[in-house]
Write a protein that binds this ligand. Structure first.
Ligand code: SF4
Length: 305
């Protein structure tokens, strides 16, 4: 368990959060992932999923208030899919949060698209109106075959439906794309399927991550046995370029993760040309600079992302 025990302070916090939540107060209302089957993911393999008792959550809110006072401006709620909580319970937790931190401007959580599909729009609105403002949703890819292969547990249609419902309920929607998850051969279908889903949703944010093999996962095993070939840096860039070319969205596109190979950022569609130039420059450097190539390949050894 991830507990902060210091000077008599006992506080449980989410072990993972998006980089954009680095300055946020972290509050854990569930532990682990209720799905926990994606073949590339090792995040919660050693955590049994559970919903934390309300009493414990309120104790943590009070502890956070004692430590930080009313300073926090943003709060991230973990772990991987707290939307599985009963809507009225989630509402109660949010009301308690705002009672202690009335100046907070942003409260966010991870959410699975499948869970959002199964919620009624009224339930989603209830949670939104109680103060959850942004959802971070793992799309990874929009290609139907790849989604099956990585056992994401959602079809492209469900990805679209879940994210669109969240938008309709008033949430800011951040969709995560996992570059490289198609391997060396599946990059075209990955780029095209992903663009199809993103174009239907037009999320507020598109956030790119690059696949980093994690031991003790099914995809890691496939790499070891030779049935999955990791995408080269060139392939990752080509996939990203094709994706950006096909996007018809008004989203912020961000590469805000250490796993990524180049700082490709911008508002679409206006920054598209500049973003594509960044990728072209990186591909040019790759042709002549083996140390750059090696530095990108070395990112496959990152751990605890
Ligand atoms: S990627 Fe998300 S949904 Fe999939 S197993 Fe990991 S935490 Fe769960």
């Amino acid at each position: 368990m991830f507990r902060l025990i210091r000077s008599g302070v006992d506080y449980d916090y989410p072990p993972y959060r998006p980089p954009s939540e680095a300055q946020s107060l972290l509050l854990r209302i569930t532990r682990g992932c209720p799905w926990n089957r994606c073949t590339f993911c090792s995040m919660y393999k050693d955590v049994r999923f559970e919903k934390r008792p309300l009493k414990e959550i309120i104790q943590d809110i009070e502890t956070a208030y004692r430590i930080y006072g009313s300073q926090p401006r943003s709060i991230f709620i973990g772990d991987s899919n707290s939307l599985v909580l009963a809507p009225r319970l989630f509402e109660k937790i949010l009301r308690e949060l705002y009672r202690h931190f009335p100046s907070v401007e942003r409260v966010t959580s991870y959410a699975r698209a499948r869970t959002l599909c199964d919620k009624s729009i009224d339930d989603l609105r209830l949670i939104r109106e109680a103060g959850l403002t942004r959802l971070h949703i793992g799309l990874e890819t929009g290609d139907p075959q790849l989604l099956k292969e990585i056992r994401k547990g959602a079809t492209p249609e469900q990805m679209v439906k879940g994210a669109a419902k969240a938008k309709e309920a008033g949430f800011e929607v951040s969709l995560y794309v996992l570059a490289g998850v198609g391997g060396e051969t599946g990059w075209r279908q990955h780029a095209e399927g992903t663009a199809n889903v993103l174009n239907k949703v037009d999320p507020h944010f598109i956030r790119i991550r690059t696949y980093v093999p994690a031991p003790h996962t099914p995809l890691w095993d496939r790499i070891q046995e030779g049935s999955f070939e990791l995408a080269s840096p060139e392939t990752v860039f080509r996939k990203q370029s094709r994706l950006i070319q096909r996007l018809e969205v008004s989203s912020q596109y961000l590469s805000d993760h250490i796993s990524n190979y180049a700082p490709v950022y911008g508002k679409l569609p206006e920054d598209r040309a500049e973003m594509l130039r960044t990728i072209e420059s990186a591909l040019e450097i790759l042709k002549n600079d083996s140390s750059y190539h090696d530095s990108l390949v070395n990112k496959r050894n990152l751990r605890r992302l």
